[in-house]
Design a protein. Structure first.
Lengths: 260, 409
């Protein structure tokens, strides 16, 4: 059977794939460190899965218990700082988001990562009562993924404008922005009726405008700098590309079956 | 809502519909003291700040989204654009995170060079802080002197990698270049110069300066609990009396072999933090001086030997067929790290700069999260600005040392 690829993910994919190649995994070690063992003791059954990955303890928990468990980690195990929290989009694969909280114990100089998963559309409880750094971090998560956070003091978009549509870090959101993004500034500054006059935003850094004789020369014949190109149109139009950028991931390109 | 006509025009700074007589002013995003693109909405009662709301996102370029659509090596120059005052520290933090994911270590000479560059960049960032902070507060001449020294450090960076702002001086697995001739002598004399200028220019100008102390002392007080809770790191944390430096506590690179001190201040105010910046520069020169003799004892390898992830040395590529094939695959497709996730913190000049990378075994990172210290320090502003006076707002923003390339990403 062919390997499953999420159809609506617009993340860049590798052009060449080897179907016999199995990616190795970063080793997940059993917990031997004394401090980490005491953390696991304190958590008891709350940790569904735990292992050491690259020197840090990773604990998987139930998303509905996040506030209670992290409170326990803060008060009993000394994890007084939440250095980072965010989400990973697994909607296409599992219909879920993976959330992580990166906690730091200043006295022991130890870090743990608390990981939980929520379904699409499910809200998560805010950890703002424990760590005020969650104020900005959860707002960013809401902005970038659209994950609702319950009991957050001021849940509002933080990096994108308030009237923005779409959540930029979802895998379904294209890198160059979607339809809404390409018209956002025109609509906002001039109004929708100016769309035809101004035209869509050109996001191609290698775009070629053949009517612009100040920055581009004509292929086949030349016109004086700054003059109207339309007047000097020749009978034989030479075909040209509108961009210098080559899109290797374009769907038009074919991979021959024998190369797969 | 205001009713506007020709006789009563729209006053955007005034809240007419409220009876508590406060004024809302909009600070930035184009304010010279806003350190880039900070928009701060302040609600004032007379001259006192009642409410502060930092509004960010004016420099948002979607660097984390770009990281998901670039191979690991392609993304490295983009990290320059995070904290552009000390670009190498971002490159290094990213490269270290990927190296931890790949489980490789840079060779000794690369480590010496990297540590030197990191400390040089710390001095670059700190000098910029002293310069702009003094300028914000009103001391113009310090700005000129600090930028003079910064110029020498930028010359050193330019000698090494050819760039002054966006260095990209570190690669995943090592460094691209060996040090040029006379670089070590130059960096040693630069250290002497910095130490001399600290003792003879900055300290006499600022440390006991009556105006400077009046403007900074007991301004922007952050308690230790607040600093921890708001996710402060670096000098913002040590300025509140908490002795935590990632270089000492979770040593990376050569920091475990080096002899240096971590200055801590329990003043919790802007003056204490300013003193820490000066002290840290002295410690940085001390570290660089220790690294200079270490360089001579190293063998000349610059990149880690892991041909499935990092291109082999040129001799091997030109002589061995398999190395050439691996190199070709790495250049055309990019490296494919193992599946897994990693969070690696480093101590940049602003604080804890960490990269969280989630890899699914593809040449593109599945998720990359940049933990920028300035982002959390900006969040703190909404708490510490309340109750202060409008004249101190600029001092406090300057004292948090935020850089907007990093806040908005």
């Amino acid at each position: 059977m062919r390997k499953y690829v999420p159809k609506d993910s617009v993340q860049a994919k590798s052009y060449y794939t080897d179907r016999f190649w199995v990616a190795p995994r970063v080793p997940r070690l059993t917990v031997e460190d004394e401090h980490f063992l005491s953390v696991l003791d304190a958590l008891g059954d709350d940790s569904k899965e735990s292992y050491i990955e690259v020197g840090q303890l990773v604990i998987h928990i139930e998303a509905t218990d996040n506030l209670r468990i992290i409170k326990k980690l803060k008060e009993e195990c000394g994890y007084t700082q939440c250095s980072e929290q965010s989400a990973v989009d697994y909607l296409a694969q599992d219909g879920e988001f993976e959330l992580f909280y990166q906690l730091l114990n200043i006295n022991e100089a130890k870090r743990i990562r608390v990981v939980c998963r929520i379904k699409d559309g499910q809200a998560i409880e805010s950890i703002h009562p424990l760590y005020k750094s969650a104020n900005f971090a959860e707002r960013e998560m809401f902005d970038m993924f659209g994950i609702k956070v319950n009991n957050h003091p001021f849940l509002k978009r933080i990096l994108m404008p308030d009237d923005w549509e779409g959540n930029p870090l979802l895998k379904t959101y294209p890198l160059e922005g979607d339809e809404f993004a390409s018209w956002y500034e025109v609509d906002k500054i001039f109004g929708k009726e100016y769309r035809d006059i101004i035209g869509p935003e050109i996001r191609d850094p290698a775009h070629i405008d053949r009517e612009d004789s100040k920055r581009f020369s004509r292929v086949g014949y030349e016109v004086p700098f700054g003059s109207e190109v339309a007047e000097a149109k020749s009978e034989q139009e030479i075909e040209y590309s509108k961009t210098l950028l080559v899109n290797y991931n374009s769907k038009k390109s074919k991979i021959l079956d024998e190369r797969r | 809502m205001q009713v506007t006509n020709k006789l009563t025009p729209f006053f955007e700074n005034l809240n007419f519909d409220r009876d508590d007589n406060t004024m809302v002013i909009n600070f930035g995003p184009q304010h010279p003291s806003a350190h880039g693109q900070l928009r701060l909405v302040l609600e004032l009662d007379g001259e006192q700040v009642v409410k502060a709301y930092p509004d960010i996102g004016y420099l948002h370029r979607g660097i984390e989204k770009m990281a998901e659509n670039m191979t690991y090596n392609e993304f490295l120059p983009t990290t320059d654009r995070l904290d552009y005052m000390a670009a190498t520290s971002n490159n290094y933090a990213y490269a270290l995170a990927v190296e931890k994911l790949l489980d490789i270590e840079a060779p000794r000479r690369a480590q010496v060079i990297r540590t030197m560059l990191l400390e040089l960049n710390r001095i670059l960032g700190h000098l910029f802080f002293i310069a702009t902070h003094a300028l914000d507060v009103g001391a113009m001449s310090v700005f000129l002197y600090a930028f003079r020294e910064r110029e020498f450090a930028l010359d050193l960076m330019e000698d090494y990698c050819g760039a002054r702002l966006t260095h990209s001086a570190v690669r995943i697995g090592g460094v691209p270049l060996d040090l040029p001739d006379n670089w070590l002598e130059n960096v040693a004399s630069f250290c002497d110069k910095v130490d001399y200028e600290i003792d003879h220019t900055y300290n006499p100008l600022l440390q006991e300066n009556r105006i400077w102390k009046m403007r900074l002392e007991d301004v922007g007080i952050i308690s230790a609990e607040d600093a921890l809770s708001w996710g402060c790191s670096g000098i913002m944390l040590r300025g509140s009396g908490i002795n935590y430096d990632i270089r000492k506590e979770e040593p990376y690179e050569l920091y475990s072999e080096l002899d240096f001190d971590i200055p801590v201040s329990d003043r919790c105010d802007s003056y204490g933090r300013y003193r820490l910046y000066i002290e840290e520069m002295k410690q940085s020169t001390r570290i660089i001086r220790q690294l200079v003799p270490m360089y001579a004892e190293t063998s000349p390898e610059l990149m880690a030997h892991a041909p499935q992830y990092i291109s082999a040395p040129k001799e091997e590529i030109m002589t061995q067929n398999y190395s050439l094939m691996q190199h070709f695959v790495l250049v055309t497709q990019g490296m494919r790290p193992p599946k897994g996730e990693v969070y690696v913190p480093t101590e940049s000049s602003k604080g804890e700069l960490g990269f969280y990378i989630k890899s699914e075994g593809e040449p593109y990172a599945y998720r990359l999260k940049c933990r920028a210290p300035s982002f959390f320090h900006t969040g703190l502003l909404q708490e510490i600005l309340v109750g202060t006076y409008i004249a101190d707002v600029v001092t406090i923003i300057g004292s948090t040392n935020i850089v907007f390339g990093e806040v908005d990403r």
